[in-house]
Design a protein around this ligand. Sequence first.
Ligand code: NAD
Length: 375
Amino acid sequence: MRIAVLKERAAGESRVAATPETVKKFIALGAAVAVESKAGQGASIADADYAAAGAEIVHADGAVKGADIVLGVQGPDPALLKGANAGAWIVAGLDPFGQRARIDDYANGGFEALAMEFMPRITRAQSMDILSSQSNLAGYKAVIEAAGQYGRAFPMMMTAAGTISAAKCFVMGVGVAGLQAIATARRLGAQVSATDVRSATKEQIQSLGAKAVFVESVAGIEGEGAGGYATEMSEEYQKAQAELVSSHIAKQDIVITTALIPGRAAPRLITDAQIASMKPGSVIFDLAVAQGGNVEGSVADQVVVKHGVKIIGFSNTATHLAADASALFARNLFNFLSAFWDKDAGRPVLDEEIGNAVRLTQDGKVVNERLLGAQ
Ligand code: NAD
């Protein structure tokens, strides 16, 4: 059983799918691990650290030669997979809806592509969930970045020269990223409020010491929502939400938006008119900018100034914390593969529930129901 770890090639991607810690653990399971030279550079991990953990350092040419499993943060270009064993697994964040043509290439190449973002939201899969581990860091980074762009301080300060009032921070969308954004903004001393469409988040917001701001006139999504996910809301709800946001947002200094709907463009939560109502110098961080954006006019990786308000957002937020993001991502992959490790077979053998959820391609065909259903 040979596992290959490729250097990421997507623009701006600094993470890596294995760390010396996970390399050591894979070797302890009986696998051989090959790591492409400089794969860890963006995450401050040297080739020598991988070699000390027992990995073979290989060069781009033939990096996947003889591999049974190829690990990636993002899906590798199929051209890089020449030489991998027939039926090799590609285990990565494959962006199944966005990279459909590439998924077909994996099928045609005879690979078994496993999309880690399709990990089901069940208790036993929590430690394997790349969306959670990366969103958590992204929520933290959004607040830190917004604080960096804000020309004022977050905490209330009583100084000899007078008092500075605390920043008011509003978090829209309280999933994994939103909860971490609330916690981070609170730690920095801001006065925090938050909203979501799922009623289960109300208690979570309050337990973090923030104020829950919810649409009350129209029913939202009961409890957690299906599989923990939101769906598109009715027009009536959207109208009520827009009114609520309009009255609340004008008083906010920092807004962090994180709202996502799986397989769809991100819902639009903030309009240009609402931005115009905010105080000049306020900052909005749009964590959904790469999925179409929650904020009108947000552009990935640019500071857009509208009505004196700075609107920011990264196309890939977790990559800005590459060392920690890689450490958690790599553990997610190890937790996944080791949970299914079959000692006799000397390789992982997936069960039906998780296997069917994450497997996109098999025996030359696209087999994933969620992906086929989206056609
Ligand atoms: P997400 O990234 O899909 O969406 C972010 C948030 O935006 C969600 O809370 C969603 O309800 C909200 N949202 C969507 N449309 C909105 C709108 N129009 N207005 C306001 N908010 C809107 O969500 P996520 O971070 O992946 O987490 C969602 C839930 O799933 C959480 O409760 C989390 O605890 C749970 N979860 C469970 C597991 C597990 O059990 N293995 C793993 C991950 C997440």
